[in-house]
Design a protein around this ligand. Structure first.
Ligand code: SF4
Ligand code: SF4
Length: 125
């Protein structure tokens, strides 16, 4: 058993020590560069090869052809384990992990994301 004197010393030391935790959510957390958060889809780059679907261990991603060279992407964030295997498998860099991590929802249906086949902003490589 810890002696009261020693315990008091530890308590006093802890009071003046810098906290080990952060003040999230009051202070926005910054994620490291290689963080694997919510996925982003770039329809302009997708060729519909479905390698991402084949390699996804959670069955969380689906690519659907909606026109000539036009593909929609469906991702179920409730199933996704954020492994980024789909990002690695995509030879066309049509998928990207973002730093977005605040994805909690009360309704699981809201975790099913649809990315349209519309052209969006393509990042510089
Ligand atoms: S996102 Fe990439 S891997 Fe998936 S179908 Fe499109 S090109 Fe293929
Ligand atoms: S990050 Fe992993 S689990 Fe999520 S869609 Fe991609 S391959 Fe599937």
């Amino acid at each position: 058993m810890i002696r009261p004197g020693k315990m008091l010393r530890q308590v006093l030391k802890s009071i003046f020590k810098k906290p080990a935790t952060t003040k999230y959510p009051f202070v926005k957390a910054t994620m490291p560069d290689r963080f694997r958060g919510k996925l982003k889809f770039y329809p302009e780059r997708c060729i519909g090869c479905k390698m991402c679907m084949r390699d996804c261990p959670a069955g969380a991603i689906e690519i659907v052809k909606v026109g000539d060279k036009a593909f929609e992407c469906y991702i179920d964030l409730g199933k996704c384990i954020y492994c980024a295997q789909c990002v690695d498998s995509c030879m066309k860099k049509a998928l990207e992990s973002t730093k977005e991590f605040e994805l909690a929802a009360l309704d699981r249906e809201k975790l099913k994301i649809k990315y349209d086949a519309k052209p969006g902003e393509v990042p510089k490589e």
